[in-house]
Ligand binder design. Structure first.
Ligand SMILES: [Zn+2]
Length: 148
């Protein structure tokens, strides 16, 4: 069975309040990002098997203003199908994985926090591919409709 575009909901189902695809912050190459509305401290789960490529969890700054954008704690994971996932607004010092580590679908990788540009507790999630060599700008998100 192909695993392309098959991603697990990256939070425990019983803590998920709703899925929001309407954030005005999801512009341009973030247009396919998805927000999972959950309480603070909700476990963040790997959406598929893969290798952790980046971990930032040293920020304790966030709030409802775009000036907080770069203060988001986040983790990114590379998957065997060539796609990457990214998880944002993580709680400070909550990362349970490090770059280079293999993770399995559903494995807890961190907790939801309020770092970065955020109004209410939620996990920002995006599936993306790189389109060039600048990891901060050269990427595009992929629309995912069949979470399981
Ligand atoms: Zn978001």
């Amino acid at each position: 069975m192909s695993t392309k575009n098959k991603y697990r909901i990256p939070v425990p189902q019983n803590l998920l309040q709703r899925i929001d695809r309407t954030s005005p912050a999801h512009m341009g190459n973030l247009r396919n990002a998805v927000d999972f509305i959950v309480p603070e401290n909700t476990p963040v789960l790997a959406a598929a098997d893969g290798t952790v490529t980046y971990v930032k969890d040293d920020s304790n700054v966030g709030g409802p203003d775009p000036s907080y954008w770069n203060y988001s704690n986040f983790i990114s994971i590379m998957h065997p199908n060539g796609e990457y996932t990214r998880y944002d607004h993580l709680e400070r010092n909550s990362a349970k994985v490090r770059a280079g580590q293999q993770v399995r679908t559903g494995q807890e990788i961190a907790k939801v926090g309020l770092t970065g540009y955020t109004y209410i507790p939620h996990l920002h999630f995006q599936v993306f591919v790189f389109t060039g060599y600048n990891i901060w700008t050269d990427f595009d998100t992929i629309e995912i409709n069949d979470f399981y």
